[in-house]
Design a protein around this ligand. Sequence first.
Ligand code: KIV
Ligand code: ZN
Length: 512
Amino acid sequence: MSDKVMIFDTTLRDGEQSPGATMNIDEKIRMARQLETLGVDIIEAGFPIASKGDFESVRAISEAVSDIQVAGLCRSVTKDIDRCWEAVKDSPEPRIHTFLATSPIHMEYKLGKTPDQVVEMTEAAVSHAAKYTSNVEFSAEDASRSEWDFLVRVFNTAIKAGARTLNVPDTVGYTQPHEFHDLIRYLMEKLDMKDDTVISVHCHNDLGLAVANSLAAIRAGARQVECTVSGIGERAGNAALEEVVMGLNTRKDLYDIETGIVTEQLYPSCRRLSQIIGQPIPPYKAIVGTNAFAHESGVHQDGVIKNRQTYEIMTPASIGRHGTDIVIGKHSGSHAIKRKVEELGYTLDDEQVGAMFDAVKELADKKEQIYDEDVEALVLEKVYRRRDKFRLKDMSVFSGTGEVPPHAAVIMEFGDEDGEVEIRKTTQFGRGTIDAVFTSIYELIGYKATLESYAVNAVTSGTDALAGVAVRISHDGIKAVGRSNDEDVVRASALAIVNALNRMEITREERK
Ligand code: KIV
Ligand code: ZN
């Protein structure tokens, strides 16, 4: 049996089903490129039949990556499979991933099909997909609540019809490690596996066991694991990629299994995702949370000072968390900035490094110490932000009470496709200064979005810290997140709302 487990990343499909994790095409491409750098074997880029936007993003990702398999998800229905193939066919190594539920409850209530009909549908779907490619994956949805012998029957049908990868999802996060281990063993014994047949697992985290179940399945012989960066996903999420990989690496003595993952890219990948979806990594998150390598108690600190291994089972460097070897400041040259940016997981061309150099100098004039978070915030602001439709030009805010309530004066620029810029100004009252600014911005753009969430945190420490603001808004059935960093919290809030509104515009255009 192979001693390599394939990492199938579904951040852009199952992960994106996580509330508030919607990404536009540009963001998905950026994340896909990071996943390629991380070394995942397969990217599940989306569910092409779900919408035109999904189809376009799967197609765009297929064209954007250079040396990786790209999978599209589809139900076991001819038109879904055709659409999926259309979306992935231009990728370096396309994969069709088709699924059908096999548990009694799903077959009866969701599909309204008998077991025999499910077997027939499996045969029809897989053989149709196999006409396009030999790289076909079949998933038995809700496998962990299916009858084991029925699973054997369905999977053997899929193998015969041309499926190379058989995926065993724990769709509702119900199974337990020892049970899942036994199921995978059972399948390995009973299936008519060919030399290239691979058993895959896909675990959800409803009982907090997604990673444990995935590792148990690997011990039993599964050689593909489906997971997501930081474990984002439907409901309680999916198995966290970084936890599965570091589990295998740290306990190589138990598993003796390789992955193709460049572990030093794990932290940058989680950071990248967090920036894109506007949700911070929880401090207590295993492997990548801020506290994962922090030692608070005196006894632990003492041990770590004497020998780090007393309380650390892996090094921060092994997952790409670096200390502040390269200190960025007023006198940093472009080489140092390029190194720092690479350390944070971004690869920039010379022109982008030039833009970063100017931005760092500008920030260094205002701020004594520049932290990694500041540099990353600048990369996102200066390099990745595409030409925005709305731009905040100037603003001033006044606090007040009674007859003189808080109010704001805001000037914005509105750019059109031909590069023409229109300036609009307004002054509006609000219940507080931030409300006054948001009301002014809505007045200028001509509609009011609903503010679903608003979070502010200090990106760095000290009184000159950058304030990081993340907002989630919705309007007209479209949701968008926005974020920004600024020394002034009200300005950071205004920039975050403008950022969200620009992203909403992109989604609106993509939908058109
Ligand atoms: O959780 C699940 O069952 C899935 C399948 C479509 C693979 O996401
Ligand atoms: Zn899933």
